[in-house]
Design a protein around this ligand. Structure first.
Ligand code: CAA
Length: 286
């Protein structure tokens, strides 16, 4: 199967990054979101990120224009997925919402179409179970910022076929990424390893071992991490970190994944990191 057209559902941080990279790699892309405003914001972000690459001489003005010309937008899932060989869903981490989307998509696509999810924590097997084509459902887990991060964690559900895996592995390479296959277990590999580290960093602050700045300095200078774990937690979103830790805790029933009470308290207080302007650091304009 040759992939020509990709439909991306959700124009937020991950969705617009995926649409950007797919279009820049030569695929024709339909970006789908619920409103024209959301789509305009997504296209403005893609334009800004492409502009950053033009300014650095990494791509030409023509590349930018061609990339943008390969992206069409739609506020209708039914219309927007019609031509798709692969649909990549990148909406909020809400199972009921994803279930509804997968069922709507399935009713509108061709038989050969692969349904991929960028979920970072919801079971691919469970998502596949709401469709009549579990063998064609797979996880394509990208990392933020999508245009920069090389990894695609490809998540095989219990029934994902080898043929579908092979298509998605090739597609990831064609998008300039490095695919790594994993099986569907809570947190996959990325978040099963990352989130306990972030949680432990939060416990260090909670127990007064060190300030957020000093925890991050230790990990940046001592372990060569590009961002310390608390800066990274703010970047990912503290609500997202808490959701993923709860998925690990519920999935394994192992107390080692219990979310730090400080993380729970910060989320309750609406301190969600970059997106709310306050997390372990302050991001307000002042
Ligand atoms: N979109 C596109 N490009 C971006 C960007 C964005 N939002 N932010 C930064 N960049 C680009 C810059 O243009 C720059 O490009 P060049 O190398 O071509 O010049 C490059 O990224 C580096 O940017 P900066 O020099 O401004 O800043 P930096 O060196 O501090 O790097 C960073 C920024 C790439 C974000 C780096 O700090 C980093 O790698 N951090 C870790 C990110 C990470 O771990 N992401 C995974 C999060 S987990 C996740 O996404 C999934 C999940 O399931 C939770």
């Amino acid at each position: 199967m040759t992939v020509k057209h990709i439909s991306v559902i959700g124009g937020g941080t991950m969705g617009n990054g995926i649409a950007h990279v797919a279009a820049q790699s030569g695929f024709s892309v339909t970006l789908i979101d619920i409103s024209e405003e959301a789509l305009s914001r997504a296209i403005a972000t893609i334009t800004k990120n492409l502009g950053r690459m033009v300014a650095k001489g990494k791509i030409s003005d023509e590349d930018q224009a061609n990339t943008l010309a390969r992206i069409t937008t739609s506020t209708s899932i039914e219309q927007g997925v019609k031509q798709a060989d692969v649909v990549i869903e990148a909406v909020n981490e809400n199972f009921e919402l994803k279930k509804k989307i997968f069922q709507t998509v399935e009713a509108s696509v061709s038989e050969h179409t692969i349904l991929a999810s960028n979920t970072s924590s919801i079971s691919i097997t469970k998502l596949a179970g709401v469709t009549k084509r579990p063998e064609k459902v797979i996880g394509m887990h990208f990392f933020n910022p999508v245009p920069i991060m090389k990894l695609v964690e490809i998540v095989n559900g219990l029934d994902t076929s080898k043929e579908v895996y092979d298509v998605i592995e090739q597609l990831s390479k064609d998008m300039g990424k490095i695919p790594v296959p994993v099986n569907d277990f809570p947190g996959f590999v990325s978040n099963r390893v990352l989130m306990p580290m972030i949680n432990e960093a939060i416990f260090c602050v909670h127990e007064g071992v060190a300030t957020p700045e000093n925890v991050d300095e230790v990990m940046k200078l001592g372990m060569a991490h590009p961002m310390g774990p608390l800066r990274l937690a703010d970047f990912i979103g503290l609500d997202v970190c808490l959701d993923i830790l709860n998925v690990l805790y519920d999935g394994f029933k192992d107390p080692k994944y219990r979310p730090c009470p400080l993380l729970v308290k910060m989320v309750d207080a609406g301190k969600l990191g970059d997106k709310s302007g306050q997390g372990f650091y302050n991001y307000s304009k002042n």
